[in-house]
Design a protein around this ligand. Structure first.
Ligand code: ASP
Ligand code: MG
Length: 242
């Protein structure tokens, strides 16, 4: 039995229809006999909306309370997706970062992932469930919720793939792979069928929004191969590897 980590970004879970489409993709892999961990972002626009609400109260807000607030976006998505999966007749459980044991540094807004400090995800997988883990968040040594920086759900996916020794790590997004330039802005952008960790790091750090740079660092460190794929179209994506 292989273990798949499948991450869906905010635009791939933006409404009920898309959330069901993501749930069906997760269900399909589970039906093929694999263990499935779904990592989900907040529904598109949610994190920005939460940030605006916080800034209405305190224009300089940051730190612990902001992380408490922002983490709710991903918590909503995983619970909704678990409900969708149950409607589809699949066993599923949603977990916040702290429940999954995703331990980070005690640094708010931009925490690095350290380790997986419990076996909850493993136990749920062994019980035959599809495990939905809220992206972008973890817990620090004080038991407080931390967030991993904007776009950080990619990093959650790679961290889980590394710590669970998953066989596959797939990042589903609204583009169908990694391009030399943003294909949403440039019609002549060229897609890479594969790309090395180092080349991907250069792209991610130069602001190409397709993958969070920490996620690429972590993938390189742990040798996690990452497939970047379209959520909406069945097309070959990009393989990020050594
Ligand atoms: N929801 C967070 C953000 O909008 C994290 C993520 O989507 O990866 O940045
Ligand atoms: Mg992203």
């Amino acid at each position: 039995m292989s273990c798949y980590v499948m991450k869906f970004g905010g635009s791939s879970v933006a409404d009920a229809k898309k959330l069901y489409a993501a749930a069906r993709k997760l269900a399909e892999v589970h039906r093929q006999g694999h263990q499935v961990v779904g990592v989900l972002s907040a529904q598109g626009g949610t994190t920005d909306a939460l940030l605006s609400r916080a800034r209405e109260i305190d224009p300089d807000c940051s730190g612990r309370e902001l992380d408490m607030l922002l983490a709710t976006g991903e918590q909503c998505t995983v619970s909704l997706c678990a409900m969708a999966l149950r409607r589809l007749g699949m066993p599923a459980v949603s977990l916040c970062g702290w429940q999954a044991g995703l331990k980070t540094e005690d640094r708010h807004g931009d925490a690095r992932v350290l380790c997986l400090e419990n076996d909850r995800v493993k136990r749920e997988l062994e019980a035959g469930k599809i495990v939905l883990v809220a992206g972008f968040q973890g817990v620090d040594c004080h038991g407080d919720i931390t967030t991993l920086g904007r776009g950080g759900s990619d990093t959650t996916a790679v961290a889980l793939a590394a710590f669970l020794h998953a066989d596959r790590c797939r990042i589903y997004t609204d583009v169908d792979g990694v391009y030399d330039r943003d294909p949403r802005k440039f019609s002549d952008a060229v897609k890479f069928p594969e790309i090395s960790y180092n080349e991907m790091l250069v792209l991610a750090r130069s602001g190409a929004k397709v993958l969070h740079d920490r996620c690429v660092e972590l993938a390189k460190q742990y040798g996690v191969e990452v497939e970047v794929l379209s959520s909406f179209r069945e097309l070959p994506g990009t393989l990020v590897h050594g």
